[in-house]
Design a protein around this ligand. Sequence first.
Ligand SMILES: [Zn+2]
Length: 306
Amino acid sequence: MSVTQPRHAVRAPLAVRVATPIGVLFTAAASLATLMGISAIEPIELPAPAAAMVLPGVELAETTAANPCVDDDVTAALAAGDDAAVVHAFGGGSEFREAVVAGNAPCVTLDDPKYIWVVVNKMRPLQPESFAPASLTGIGLYASTGSNELRPAATDALEAMAADAAAAGAGTLGINNGYRSYHVQQRTYGTHVRELGQSGADAISARPGYSEHQSGLAFDLIACASGCSSLEQFGDTSQGRWVAENAWKYGFIVRYERGHTGTTGYLPEPWHIRYVGVDLAAAYHQGGFHTLEEFFGLPDAPDYAH
Ligand SMILES: [Zn+2]
Protein backbone atom coordinates (compact mmCIF):
# COMPACT_ATOMS: atom_id res chain seq x y z
CA MET A 1 0.00 0.00 0.00
CA SER A 2 2.77 2.44 0.80
CA VAL A 3 3.76 2.45 -2.88
CA THR A 4 0.61 4.31 -3.89
CA GLN A 5 0.66 6.95 -1.15
CA PRO A 6 2.49 9.82 -2.94
CA ARG A 7 -0.10 9.77 -5.76
CA HIS A 8 -2.98 10.02 -3.28
CA ALA A 9 -1.31 12.71 -1.22
CA VAL A 10 -1.72 15.29 -4.03
CA ARG A 11 -5.48 15.21 -3.56
CA ALA A 12 -5.38 14.89 0.19
CA PRO A 13 -8.28 17.24 1.17
CA LEU A 14 -10.83 15.57 -1.12
CA ALA A 15 -9.58 12.06 -0.39
CA VAL A 16 -9.92 12.73 3.33
CA ARG A 17 -13.46 13.92 2.88
CA VAL A 18 -14.50 10.93 0.80
CA ALA A 19 -12.72 8.52 3.08
CA THR A 20 -14.41 9.81 6.24
CA PRO A 21 -17.67 7.87 6.00
CA ILE A 22 -15.77 4.71 5.13
CA GLY A 23 -13.50 5.28 8.10
CA VAL A 24 -16.52 5.76 10.34
CA LEU A 25 -18.07 2.58 9.00
CA PHE A 26 -14.81 0.73 9.52
CA THR A 27 -14.57 1.99 13.11
CA ALA A 28 -18.17 1.03 13.81
CA ALA A 29 -17.64 -2.41 12.27
CA ALA A 30 -14.45 -2.88 14.25
CA SER A 31 -16.17 -1.89 17.52
CA LEU A 32 -19.03 -4.23 16.80
CA ALA A 33 -16.59 -7.00 15.96
CA THR A 34 -14.71 -6.36 19.19
CA LEU A 35 -17.95 -6.44 21.18
CA MET A 36 -18.83 -9.74 19.57
CA GLY A 37 -15.39 -11.11 20.28
CA ILE A 38 -14.46 -11.36 16.59
CA SER A 39 -11.05 -10.35 15.31
CA ALA A 40 -11.19 -7.28 13.01
CA ILE A 41 -7.96 -7.60 11.10
CA GLU A 42 -9.31 -8.36 7.60
CA PRO A 43 -10.79 -4.99 6.45
CA ILE A 44 -7.43 -3.18 6.43
CA GLU A 45 -7.10 -3.17 2.62
CA LEU A 46 -10.57 -1.80 1.97
CA PRO A 47 -10.83 2.02 1.84
CA ALA A 48 -8.06 3.90 0.03
CA PRO A 49 -8.33 2.64 -3.61
CA ALA A 50 -12.12 3.01 -3.64
CA ALA A 51 -11.83 6.64 -2.45
CA ALA A 52 -9.44 7.54 -5.26
CA MET A 53 -11.79 6.10 -7.90
CA VAL A 54 -14.71 8.47 -7.13
CA LEU A 55 -12.77 11.75 -7.06
CA PRO A 56 -14.10 13.31 -10.33
CA GLY A 57 -17.69 13.18 -9.06
CA VAL A 58 -16.69 14.89 -5.83
CA GLU A 59 -15.04 17.78 -7.68
CA LEU A 60 -18.20 18.40 -9.72
CA ALA A 61 -20.34 18.50 -6.57
CA GLU A 62 -17.98 21.02 -4.98
CA THR A 63 -18.33 23.43 -7.90
CA THR A 64 -22.13 23.36 -7.63
CA ALA A 65 -22.12 23.90 -3.89
CA ALA A 66 -19.81 26.90 -4.14
CA ASN A 67 -22.05 28.71 -6.62
CA PRO A 68 -25.75 27.79 -6.36
CA CYS A 69 -26.45 30.37 -9.07
CA VAL A 70 -25.37 27.89 -11.75
CA ASP A 71 -28.05 25.43 -10.61
CA ASP A 72 -30.77 24.98 -13.25
CA ASP A 73 -33.62 25.31 -10.74
CA VAL A 74 -32.17 28.58 -9.40
CA THR A 75 -31.70 30.15 -12.84
CA ALA A 76 -35.19 29.03 -13.93
CA ALA A 77 -36.83 30.45 -10.80
CA LEU A 78 -34.95 33.73 -11.17
CA ALA A 79 -35.98 33.99 -14.82
CA ALA A 80 -39.59 33.31 -13.81
CA GLY A 81 -39.49 35.99 -11.10
CA ASP A 82 -40.50 33.38 -8.52
CA ASP A 83 -38.57 34.54 -5.45
CA ALA A 84 -39.88 31.80 -3.16
CA ALA A 85 -38.81 29.16 -5.69
CA VAL A 86 -35.32 30.70 -5.86
CA VAL A 87 -34.87 30.37 -2.10
CA HIS A 88 -36.27 26.85 -2.24
CA ALA A 89 -33.85 25.93 -5.06
CA PHE A 90 -30.94 27.08 -2.91
CA GLY A 91 -31.99 24.34 -0.49
CA GLY A 92 -34.02 26.56 1.88
CA GLY A 93 -33.74 29.80 3.84
CA SER A 94 -30.63 28.89 5.83
CA GLU A 95 -28.76 27.69 2.75
CA PHE A 96 -29.78 30.85 0.88
CA ARG A 97 -28.61 33.06 3.75
CA GLU A 98 -25.31 31.19 4.11
CA ALA A 99 -24.55 31.45 0.39
CA VAL A 100 -25.29 35.18 0.38
CA VAL A 101 -23.25 35.87 3.53
CA ALA A 102 -20.32 33.82 2.18
CA GLY A 103 -20.37 35.78 -1.09
CA ASN A 104 -21.20 32.62 -3.03
CA ALA A 105 -24.44 33.84 -4.60
CA PRO A 106 -23.60 36.41 -7.29
CA CYS A 107 -27.11 36.13 -8.75
CA VAL A 108 -28.66 37.40 -5.51
CA THR A 109 -28.65 41.13 -4.85
CA LEU A 110 -29.94 42.54 -1.57
CA ASP A 111 -30.20 45.97 -3.25
CA ASP A 112 -32.99 45.35 -5.73
CA PRO A 113 -36.44 46.04 -4.21
CA LYS A 114 -38.20 43.78 -6.67
CA TYR A 115 -37.00 40.75 -4.66
CA ILE A 116 -38.44 39.57 -1.34
CA TRP A 117 -34.92 39.50 0.14
CA VAL A 118 -34.22 43.22 -0.40
CA VAL A 119 -32.81 45.05 2.61
CA VAL A 120 -33.92 48.67 2.96
CA ASN A 121 -32.63 50.83 5.81
CA LYS A 122 -31.20 54.28 6.49
CA MET A 123 -27.96 53.33 4.73
CA ARG A 124 -29.67 51.41 1.93
CA PRO A 125 -32.33 53.39 0.04
CA LEU A 126 -34.59 51.74 -2.48
CA GLN A 127 -32.91 51.60 -5.88
CA PRO A 128 -34.11 53.53 -7.71
CA GLU A 129 -35.33 55.80 -4.93
CA SER A 130 -38.62 56.25 -6.81
CA PHE A 131 -39.16 52.46 -7.08
CA ALA A 132 -42.74 51.19 -7.32
CA PRO A 133 -43.75 47.49 -7.25
CA ALA A 134 -44.91 45.93 -10.53
CA SER A 135 -48.20 44.84 -8.96
CA LEU A 136 -50.17 45.50 -5.80
CA THR A 137 -53.36 44.01 -4.42
CA GLY A 138 -55.80 45.32 -1.86
CA ILE A 139 -55.73 43.80 1.63
CA GLY A 140 -59.03 42.33 2.79
CA LEU A 141 -58.76 43.71 6.33
CA TYR A 142 -60.08 46.85 7.94
CA ALA A 143 -57.68 49.67 7.00
CA SER A 144 -57.44 52.95 8.90
CA THR A 145 -55.77 54.79 6.00
CA GLY A 146 -55.92 54.67 2.21
CA SER A 147 -52.55 52.84 2.07
CA ASN A 148 -54.14 49.40 2.05
CA GLU A 149 -52.26 47.49 -0.63
CA LEU A 150 -49.26 45.14 -0.72
CA ARG A 151 -47.54 42.97 -3.28
CA PRO A 152 -49.76 39.93 -4.00
CA ALA A 153 -47.70 37.35 -2.08
CA ALA A 154 -47.59 39.61 0.98
CA THR A 155 -51.33 40.34 0.79
CA ASP A 156 -52.14 36.61 0.59
CA ALA A 157 -49.88 35.80 3.54
CA LEU A 158 -51.30 38.65 5.66
CA GLU A 159 -54.88 37.60 5.01
CA ALA A 160 -54.04 33.98 5.93
CA MET A 161 -52.32 35.14 9.11
CA ALA A 162 -55.26 37.36 10.09
CA ALA A 163 -57.72 34.48 9.56
CA ASP A 164 -55.62 32.14 11.71
CA ALA A 165 -55.14 34.77 14.44
CA ALA A 166 -58.90 35.21 14.65
CA ALA A 167 -59.49 31.44 14.62
CA ALA A 168 -56.95 31.04 17.44
CA GLY A 169 -58.92 33.51 19.54
CA ALA A 170 -56.29 36.26 19.38
CA GLY A 171 -58.75 38.76 17.91
CA THR A 172 -59.08 40.78 14.74
CA LEU A 173 -56.14 42.30 12.89
CA GLY A 174 -56.47 45.56 11.01
CA ILE A 175 -54.01 47.51 8.96
CA ASN A 176 -52.82 51.06 9.32
CA ASN A 177 -50.38 51.36 6.44
CA GLY A 178 -49.31 49.00 3.69
CA TYR A 179 -47.57 50.18 0.53
CA ARG A 180 -46.68 53.86 0.51
CA SER A 181 -45.41 55.36 -2.73
CA TYR A 182 -42.36 57.57 -3.06
CA HIS A 183 -44.65 60.55 -3.62
CA VAL A 184 -46.81 59.86 -0.57
CA GLN A 185 -43.64 59.52 1.51
CA GLN A 186 -42.29 62.76 0.01
CA ARG A 187 -45.48 64.59 1.00
CA THR A 188 -45.60 63.09 4.52
CA TYR A 189 -41.93 63.68 5.25
CA GLY A 190 -42.08 67.18 3.76
CA THR A 191 -44.94 68.10 6.11
CA HIS A 192 -42.96 66.83 9.11
CA VAL A 193 -39.85 68.78 8.06
CA ARG A 194 -41.87 72.00 7.78
CA GLU A 195 -43.36 71.46 11.23
CA LEU A 196 -40.43 69.90 13.13
CA GLY A 197 -37.26 70.49 11.15
CA GLN A 198 -35.23 67.70 9.56
CA SER A 199 -34.03 65.97 12.73
CA GLY A 200 -37.56 66.08 14.16
CA ALA A 201 -38.95 64.63 10.93
CA ASP A 202 -36.25 61.92 10.81
CA ALA A 203 -37.25 60.78 14.29
CA ILE A 204 -40.81 59.89 13.27
CA SER A 205 -40.80 59.30 9.52
CA ALA A 206 -38.54 57.67 6.95
CA ARG A 207 -37.17 59.88 4.22
CA PRO A 208 -38.69 59.31 0.78
CA GLY A 209 -36.80 56.49 -0.91
CA TYR A 210 -35.79 54.98 2.46
CA SER A 211 -39.08 53.56 3.71
CA GLU A 212 -39.62 49.81 3.70
CA HIS A 213 -43.29 50.59 3.04
CA GLN A 214 -42.28 51.71 -0.46
CA SER A 215 -41.20 48.14 -1.28
CA GLY A 216 -44.80 46.91 -0.98
CA LEU A 217 -43.51 44.21 1.42
CA ALA A 218 -44.06 46.00 4.75
CA PHE A 219 -47.12 47.04 6.71
CA ASP A 220 -48.24 48.35 10.08
CA LEU A 221 -50.80 46.39 12.08
CA ILE A 222 -53.49 47.51 14.50
CA ALA A 223 -55.67 45.41 16.81
CA CYS A 224 -59.40 45.75 16.34
CA ALA A 225 -62.37 44.83 18.51
CA SER A 226 -65.27 47.29 18.76
CA GLY A 227 -62.69 49.89 17.75
CA CYS A 228 -59.05 49.61 16.73
CA SER A 229 -55.87 50.22 18.68
CA SER A 230 -53.24 52.77 17.82
CA LEU A 231 -49.94 51.53 16.39
CA GLU A 232 -48.24 52.15 19.72
CA GLN A 233 -50.79 50.00 21.59
CA PHE A 234 -50.51 47.05 19.20
CA GLY A 235 -47.59 45.28 20.93
CA ASP A 236 -49.55 44.99 24.18
CA THR A 237 -52.67 43.47 22.64
CA SER A 238 -53.48 39.77 22.26
CA GLN A 239 -53.16 40.29 18.50
CA GLY A 240 -49.71 41.84 18.95
CA ARG A 241 -48.51 38.97 21.11
CA TRP A 242 -49.89 36.38 18.69
CA VAL A 243 -48.23 38.07 15.72
CA ALA A 244 -44.86 38.29 17.50
CA GLU A 245 -45.00 34.55 18.11
CA ASN A 246 -46.51 33.29 14.86
CA ALA A 247 -45.80 35.76 12.04
CA TRP A 248 -42.74 33.79 10.86
CA LYS A 249 -44.96 30.85 9.89
CA TYR A 250 -46.56 33.08 7.25
CA GLY A 251 -43.33 34.52 5.87
CA PHE A 252 -43.09 37.63 8.07
CA ILE A 253 -40.60 39.12 10.49
CA VAL A 254 -41.06 41.85 13.09
CA ARG A 255 -38.58 44.22 11.53
CA TYR A 256 -37.76 46.63 14.40
CA GLU A 257 -37.38 44.75 17.68
CA ARG A 258 -36.56 46.11 21.11
CA GLY A 259 -32.84 46.38 21.82
CA HIS A 260 -31.74 46.61 18.17
CA THR A 261 -32.15 50.30 17.38
CA GLY A 262 -28.39 50.63 16.90
CA THR A 263 -28.61 48.17 14.01
CA THR A 264 -31.96 49.01 12.44
CA GLY A 265 -32.00 52.76 13.07
CA TYR A 266 -35.56 52.52 14.41
CA LEU A 267 -37.06 52.41 17.89
CA PRO A 268 -39.01 49.19 18.58
CA GLU A 269 -42.08 48.88 16.36
CA PRO A 270 -43.95 45.64 17.14
CA TRP A 271 -46.56 46.72 14.59
CA HIS A 272 -44.22 47.04 11.59
CA ILE A 273 -44.10 43.69 9.79
CA ARG A 274 -41.99 42.79 6.78
CA TYR A 275 -42.64 39.98 4.29
CA VAL A 276 -39.60 37.86 3.31
CA GLY A 277 -41.36 34.61 2.35
CA VAL A 278 -41.88 31.45 4.37
CA ASP A 279 -38.42 29.88 3.88
CA LEU A 280 -36.43 32.98 4.86
CA ALA A 281 -38.75 33.81 7.77
CA ALA A 282 -38.35 30.26 9.10
CA ALA A 283 -34.55 30.49 8.85
CA TYR A 284 -34.67 33.89 10.58
CA HIS A 285 -36.84 32.56 13.38
CA GLN A 286 -35.03 29.26 13.85
CA GLY A 287 -31.62 30.96 13.65
CA GLY A 288 -32.59 33.34 16.47
CA PHE A 289 -32.03 36.47 14.39
CA HIS A 290 -33.43 39.88 15.39
CA THR A 291 -32.50 42.08 12.47
CA LEU A 292 -32.37 41.59 8.72
CA GLU A 293 -28.98 43.31 8.72
CA GLU A 294 -27.55 40.63 11.04
CA PHE A 295 -29.30 37.87 9.06
CA PHE A 296 -27.58 38.89 5.82
CA GLY A 297 -24.27 40.01 7.39
CA LEU A 298 -24.81 43.69 6.55
CA PRO A 299 -23.40 46.64 8.52
CA ASP A 300 -25.49 48.41 11.17
CA ALA A 301 -27.58 51.28 9.85
CA PRO A 302 -28.21 53.50 12.88
CA ASP A 303 -28.68 56.68 10.86
CA TYR A 304 -28.60 58.29 7.43
CA ALA A 305 -25.19 58.84 5.89
CA HIS A 306 -25.92 62.56 5.48
ZN1 LIG B 1 -44.24 50.78 9.29
